[in-house]
Design a protein around this ligand. Structure first.
Ligand SMILES: NC(=O)c1ccc[n+]([C@@H]2O[C@H](COP(=O)([O-])OP(=O)(O)OC[C@H]3O[C@@H](n4cnc5c(N)ncnc54)[C@H](OP(=O)(O)O)[C@@H]3O)[C@@H](O)[C@H]2O)c1
Length: 299
């Protein structure tokens, strides 16, 4: 069971995040027909495998489903959701960002209702706003913490300056950013600030939205063939898949950079969930990490 510490610090302990979380973005009711594709079974398989963090957002439009799936198992879950990204009704789609305090309060009440819980363990600003100073947004979340409706603050899609400004108002427990072999901007842009502030990095889209799970050939336009060969060779020596090695690579960022890193692979299949969980046990050698890093640098 995750230990959640009351008080004024980042009130979710590092241990509560676990080694790997679960990204619920794509889960939908009626997705499947088979038990492998049943969204509630996927979340139950995650919890059964020892995953504690379940990540959703109001914008994913599946909070009711997530709430239903964790009912009866609430104390096993570090429940993370997000606010601020509001889909437009127009034909073109797209979204607006809302991060003003009155919106934050309304969004929180709505998420609590849809999730059918008393408290959100980790509440993220989904995307920085050009209109509302981040200090105002964070002060509103801090109020929600004071009221017992939220345990800890997270940020996503922000700048290092946002992160510092937010942290000065209320401790930021987690920063959720894309981090995979194919997208490493975080290393240059945000890691120095993350290290300074002691924030947990939650790595989303750790296989490049599934690209690194695809068989050789399918993704060669976007990943150099040397990289595919290295992933395949390393995978075969571990009795694993290339996608699992790509996930293990993200998992190893913690030891490489000395910051807490928790990948949140997403899947809509029980079988894939189990395969992703198993990737957390793959131990890559320094030589393997060096080989992958040098190839990446050359691509
Ligand atoms: N903060 C943000 O702005 C933001 C943005 C994007 C995502 N996220 C979060 O990050 C989570 C993960 O991101 P993601 O879902 O885009 O990316 P991902 O985990 O990198 O990839 C998901 C894709 O990979 C496939 N897949 C997963 N496991 C597989 C396996 N073992 N074998 C073969 N294919 C596999 C999935 O298909 P199947 O469903 O068929 O397995 C899906 O197409 C999301 O669920 C969400 O919670 C956050």
């Amino acid at each position: 069971m995750p230990t959640v510490e009351p008080g004024t610090g980042p009130s979710v302990s590092r241990d509560a995040f676990g080694r790997q979380g679960f990204g619920a973005m794509r889960l939908r009711d009626g997705a499947g027909g088979s038990i492998d594709r049943d969204p509630v079974a996927v979340i139950h398989a995650a919890l059964d495998a020892g995953i504690t963090m379940v990540d959703t957002a109001d914008a994913y439009q599946n909070e009711e489903l997530v709430g239903r799936a964790i009912r009866g198992r609430r104390d096993e879950v570090l429940l993370a959701t997000k606010f601020g990204l509001v889909w437009r009704d127009d034909v073109a789609g797209g979204f607006d960002i809302r991060a003003d305090p009155s919106y934050v309060r309304r969004a929180c009440e709505a998420s609590l209702r849809r999730l059918d819980v008393d408290v959100i363990d980790l509440y993220y600003l989904h995307h920085r706003s050009e209109k509302t100073p981040i200090e105002d947004t964070v002060a509103a979340v801090a109020e929600l913490v004071g009221q017992g409706k939220v345990r800890a603050l997270g940020l996503s899609n922000v700048t290092p300056e946002d992160l510092r400004a937010a942290h000065a108002v209320h401790p930021v427990a987690a920063l959720q950013e894309q981090w995979s072999f194919l997208q490493r901007d975080i290393e240059q842009q945000l890691l120095p600030t993350v290290t300074d502030l002691g924030v947990v990095v939650v790595a989303h889209s750790p296989t490049g939205h599934g690209l690194l799970h695809q068989p050789r050939g399918a993704a060669d336009g976007q990943t150099a063939s040397d990289l595919r060969s290295a992933l395949d060779e390393i995978a075969s020596s571990h009795g694993a898949t290339a996608g699992q090695v790509a996930l293990a690579w993200v998992q190893h960022r913690q030891q490489v950079h000395g910051v807490p890193v928790v990948p949140i692979p997403g899947t809509t299949r029980v079988s894939h969930l189990r395969s992703n969980v198993a990737a957390a046990d793959i131990s890559l050698s320094s030589d393997e990490l060096r080989r992958l890093d040098s190839l990446r640098a050359a691509t």
